[in-house]
Design a protein around this ligand. Sequence first.
Ligand code: AMP
Length: 411
Amino acid sequence: MSFKDLHLIKPIQKAVAASGYVEPTLVQQRSIPLILEGKDVIVSAQTGTGKTAAFALPILQKLYDKQDAPKKGKKIRALIISPTRELAIQIQKNFKTYAEFTNLTSLVVFGGSSIEPQIDVLKKGVDILVATPGRLLDLHKQDYINLDFIETFVLDEADLMLAMGFIDDVKKIERLCPQEKQTLLFSATIPFKIEELANTLLKDPERIDVTPTKSVAKNVNQTLYYVPKQNKIELCLHLMRNTIEGNVLIFRRTRNGVDKLEETLLKNGFSVNSIHGDKPQSERQTALNKFKNGYVKILIATDVAARGIDINELDNVLNFDMPGIPETYVHRIGRTGRAGHTGNAYSLCSADEKNYVKKIEQAINVQIPVVTDHPYPLDPKAEPVVHKRQGSKYKKGRKSEASKKKKKRWY
Ligand code: AMP
């Protein structure tokens, strides 16, 4: 999915591209269409998932589409409440970035800093206000803030808001806004108290959950490398030399692939063994034992050959080929990070495997962090490599029916 598929207007698409975003994150894919539709939403997502843009982009779009004549002066039409000033500053910074190619303005107000400059900007008028609860109520009491024109109300980090004792303030702020508005609630977790709050503040909300599913081991650091297919071996060698420490189980889809990679790694001086279905059981067992006992640091395997084998202290898993089935991914990476140890799961993804990554991310509810800083980056626009049929250009396809009939067979 691209930002275009989300039907974002040109000025926002331009800002998103200028920020270097290639495609929307999971939380953005799920939230943006619903917010644009005007729905109330409850989103469970952690910081780092791209959740700020998930509400900022559709809010900007809605404000942009519905603007009053400029001489009427700007009224605050979107209000974002954040529990901490650092977060509030961060949110407003994002709004400013995404609004670069629009005439929409934003302001952040928070306690512990001089109130006068904030009042000056408020007097001039802004479209979007990001605030911490205390300072917002303070400014409202002094009549510098009018919340009568709020169209969208966002509660960010609601669980933190609760933990910091801001819930009554939040309820008070909400009552100062018009009844008819869109409310968005973002929270890393949804404990009962947040559920209760949501029931009082939101109308018929849609739920979006992008917290990791329980099936994925928590103590596995997942990383994703986009790489052209023909550079996978080089990247694998690079990771072996520079990044991966300890032992590693490498998964390949085919037996042929396992053999090829083993040969290359051996040639490059690595101690490596492999297991796949073409090898006799005794040979597989020896390879496995050597790996388990630490004589060999690298084991390459197909999924079938690795089924059922148990390796207690596995430091790393490397998905040389991305599995097409999400459960296989979960199963593969679940071999590391066991018994209180932290493990690493590296995945190499070529252009033709991007769909697998999407399927995996949907299934595990996790946006796998992408490492872009490596020597063999994949051009984001790269198309899958299509293998042309081999053979002579003069001899198209198989023999014609006529020639088959002519042929005298010996049987
Ligand atoms: P957040 O979860 O909102 O704190 O965002 C985490 C980081 O992800 C921020 O640095 C954003 O700039 C960045 N980010 C947000 N959306 C995207 C995207 N679609 N692609 C790449 N980075 C993004």
